[in-house]
Write a protein that binds this ligand. Sequence first.
Ligand code: FES
Length: 111
Amino acid sequence: MTDSDWTRLCATGDVPEGEARSFTAAGKRLCVINDGAQFYVLDDLCTHGQAWLSEGYCDTEDCVIECPLHGGLFDYRNGKPAGDPAEKDAPTYAVRVEGEAVLVALAGAPA
Ligand code: FES
């Protein structure tokens, strides 16, 4: 991966520990999670319906984000469904922290 593959998404301080926030990069709305040890990025739109995962509850013990609409759970480390009614993977993206910047790799990402 080259430097040009990385897009600055936000500052590390923009996402409080144990919480999720929404940011847009390259026209894509993304959910950024700070679990205290690492940052994770996945599509913000739930794969089950019309809800933003960034507005859901983030459980850093079980590494899941709970959709605010129907309570579907997604493992935020890999986007895998972890609780009904979530069935389809949430697309995830490679993340890198450089200084105070959270960078995401969107190359090859689903449109
Ligand atoms: S919209 Fe997210 S679980 Fe239904």
